[in-house]
Write a protein that binds this ligand. Structure first.
Ligand code: SF4
Ligand code: SF4
Length: 407
């Protein structure tokens, strides 16, 4: 962590910039990353919930049977916020968390989620919630979210708020939220905030999506800024005291690609986290924690709310390496390009799990949940989508092979 004085000064100047926080490139402090402490250094107030969460917390989308030890390791390091969903690893994620948290329940904040559909009824939601409670071995979930929201109609379904109210009254949930990482995310955020149906939002947010990140890059790296509307939506959420948690913070998380360029003990992952946590409208972040070493590395960025000296070149290098292959998902500029309604961003997101995260099992389970997969690509000329990506991804060349790999 930065020394307290320089950190505080830098933080003050950052906040003083006010709106500039969404408009100007981040300036790194002169502070160099100190040796990794491997412990949580800061707990952040999660908006109106008044919960205090570890700034870098446990994402369990890839938690598998017999990995209770990972949860214990995270607890030992001070992590108190655990995010899961009924769909993760076929329910195993919730089960493992439930096993690991026996006797620890009151010390942690548990989040779970359901992939909702616009036609679902209160009884459907309640059945799903009861299943999560059973697997998690608890009688309440702190924050229950509508998961991977990309369609306002899902939130407009009156059965959803009615269910939330009933579940709160029954003491089964304390707070509500939405999560999202696709093209209509900001529309969904606006709806949730305007209609007061979310105490917390979980959003895909990383340096590769933000216009201000690219302002500092050379013109040789010609990339259109993406997701320009997300900073506004997050600022609006904060203005209503909605808690904001970020996910997908590492733009594909190809950590090993960056090892040769990391210096002085600071890693690419830590730089990516520092960038996210520098945003005054973000309270904390979750990241998939798959090894004990991962957890210790990630927590090296806990406590930071600014970039360290040397972070920016690492992030720039990563963006240049992967900028032309990483699907931003939330930009959705390709929406409507496919006459067969292939969920292009969804297909590319699941491909990322296979190629970047190197987690084929997780990629296949997520791919199986897509509304319209890429089966049609196998017999398509590829012409309609070949120049639809504003970020240069050859959609027609990757979607078909992705189907072959993941179907
Ligand atoms: S290759 Fe064809 S089917 Fe596949 S996304 Fe492109 S237009 Fe759609
Ligand atoms: S494929 Fe390209 S245009 Fe489509 S969501 Fe991904 S980055 Fe955006």
């Amino acid at each position: 962590m930065a020394d307290q004085d320089s950190s505080a000064t830098s933080r003050r100047s950052f906040l003083k910039a006010g709106a500039a926080a969404t408009a100007a490139p981040l300036i790194a402090s002169q502070a160099t990353a100190a040796p990794n402490t491997g412990r949580v250094q800061r707990y952040a107030r999660l908006g109106r919930t008044e919960l205090e969460i570890a700034d870098i917390s446990f994402g369990s989308s890839r938690l598998r049977p017999n990995q209770e030890y990972l949860v214990h390791h995270a607890l030992d390091r001070g992590i108190n916020y655990f995010d899961t969903a009924e769909s993760y690893t076929g329910g195993a994620s919730e089960t493992v968390l439930g096993n690991a948290l026996v006797g620890e329940r009151e010390k942690v904040i548990l989040v779970s989620k359901i992939i909702a559909h616009e036609a679902m009824r209160q009884a459907d939601f309640m059945r799903a919630l009861d299943g999560s409670l059973r697997r998690l071995k608890t009688d309440y979930i702190d924050i229950y979210m509508s998961h991977a929201v990309n369609n306002v109609a899902v939130l407009e379904n009156p059965e959803w708020p009615a269910f939330l109210e009933a579940a709160k009254t029954a003491g089964k949930i304390r707070f509500t939220g939405i999560s999202g990482h696709a093209g209509r995310l900001t529309r969904c955020l606006d709806y949730a905030v305007d209609n007061d149906i979310a105490d917390v939002v979980l959003v895909a947010h990383n340096f590769g999506q933000d216009p201000k990140f690219y302002e500092g890059l050379t013109r040789s790296f010609d990339m259109v800024a993406t997701q320009d509307d997300l900073p506004r939506a997050l600022e609006k959420a904060k203005a209503k005291d909605v808690g904001v948690v970020a996910m997908k913070t590492l733009m594909g998380a190809r950590l090993n690609d960056m090892r040769p360029f990391e210096r002085d003990g600071a890693t690419f992952a830590q730089a990516g986290f520092r960038w996210v946590l520098s945003n005054p409208h973000v309270d904390g972040l979750i990241i998939s924690m798959t090894t004990e070493a991962n957890i210790d590395e990630f927590l090296g960025a806990s406590g930071w709310q600014e970039l360290a000296y040397g972070d920016r070149p690492l992030l720039d290098r990563y963006a240049k390496l992967h900028g032309q292959t990483y699907c931003r998902q939330v930009c959705n500029d390709c929406e409507g390009a496919c006459p067969y309604n292939v969920d292009i961003a969804g297909v590319l997101r699941t491909r990322m799990y296979a190629t970047d995260y190197q987690d084929l099992e997780f990629a296949r389970s997520e791919y199986a949940m897509l509304g319209t997969n890429a089966a049609a690509c196998l017999s398509c000329s590829g012409e309609p989508c070949q120049s639809a990506c504003t970020h240069g991804i050859a959609i027609n060349e990757v979607c078909g092979p992705t189907h072959s790999l993941l179907a």
